[in-house]
Design a binder for this molecule. Sequence first.
Ligand code: NOJ
Length: 551
Amino acid sequence: MTLVDEPLWYKDAVVYQAHVRAFLDTTGDGVGDFPGLMRKLDYVKSLGVTAIWILPFYPSPLKDDGYDISNYQNVHPAYGTLREFRAFLDAAHARGLRVITELVINHTSDQHPWFDAARRAKPGSNKRDFYVWSDTDTRYPDVRIIFSDTEHSNWSWDPIAGQYYWHRFFHHQPDLNFDNPQVRKVVARVMRFWLDMGVDGMRLDAVPYLIERDGTQCANLPETHAVLRELRAELDAKYKNRMFLAEANLWPSDVIQYFGNGENECHMAFHFPLMPRLFMALRQGDRHPISEILSQTPEIPSTCQWAIFLRNHDELTLEMVTDEERDYMHQAYAHDPQMRINGGIRRRLAPMMENNRQRIELMNALLLSLPGTPVLYYGDEIGMGDNVYLGDRNGVRTPMQWTPDRNGGFSMADPARLYAPVIMDPVYGYQAVNVEAQERLPFSLLNWMRRMIALRQQHRVFGRGGIDILRPENRPIFSFVRTLDGEAPVLVVANLASTVQPVTLDLSNYTGRTPVEMTGGTTLPPITTAPYFLTLAPYGFYWLRLETGAR
Ligand code: NOJ
């Protein structure tokens, strides 16, 4: 099998987010590696996903789990070699899986040779100007601090340079200076290095922050978009069927700038504000947070696509909610302060759902049917737990649980040697939650996820269609219709409440069509001009294909 020649492949994709470090250790050193990830590609493929996004795997001091890069054109020795990366890439492609990697260009590690050269170079020289320096730490006072739990300023003093350097994230991650044409040149070279190798997509980490300007918040500046357009022009000139995915944690009306005119910036962008609202709506048993953010989400160019997700490797960010909503989310999902970081929530999906299977299924059913390309976080397909006692965001980055054997089948190393302990508690521990056990049961979460992904993939309307939000009187019911020319519409009805709920829907636009329940194929009564009545179980949902003609 090879990759289909389809420039818009990302619109029909389901993405699996994995961490090389956390997947499978084949060398016994306690750290996952590329041969391990490669060995598990059949598993990834068996989920029905079409792309795999891997977290940074480059040489790095790993103080920010690899987002602190010290060499852009190699593989971290603990994860393998470039040759092994290539073998992994080819093996993924041979299975029809696209590979998305990280282009982390806002900052480097302070261990990067560029930074070492910069701090020693003459002030004002090209080498020094690879980074952003100042004699004071008072410039750009309006800029907020992202890692507010650990950093107190976006400036840090460098005694070697005798100046302050600028960093949007950790102090060991100096920001590159994109006003320096030389920086833009080397960054483009890094991009080409991985694209030449055959990488299909690149997540552009922290992309709003590339440029700094006085009197601004140093985010989303016109000059930042100019840099993106340069990179995109190079991508389009030299490569086919590749994709840029913007990580910009902003309101949808601001994120759309990153799509440019649909042809000249990013193909995809994460829809950040939707995610906490899914959790909020579920807890409140009220659709309002979801329907509101969706109605505030503008149309995007037809070549572009949202990336939607429930959880990822970071904390569940609450930047895009009000203070009251944040308090509510903390109370509802992170009562123990240990569960919080930088204002967000460092937990996985299953524990946030209190391991309630109906809730987990409902959240995934929404993820798989709302507009956008779903991104699944490794381990969530089996309901893995977290470890909130590990520092930073490491509690959601623990080893994948394959079997009930030693270290959950992740590694043969002594348990003490693992890069992070495997989850071991009685509910989510590897003896209770693992792939091997769930493979055996047709109704395990894993097999349920496979069926739902497969179902989604049979209907292009999910990836490509529009959305028509219905507003029935009963607010625990969230319902919408996905529509695409030439395909039967799909009606989704979801009950966000923990109790049975009735609903009457105005489906008069679809009069004459017959709803067919998609997971079991049952035909429901045809739609007439009268209100359409349904009853839903607690946290229940329906995916109904609205077919024409008598059945
Ligand atoms: C965004 C990444 O998702 C996060 O994990 C990282 O810490 C920051 N960028 C800084 O690189």
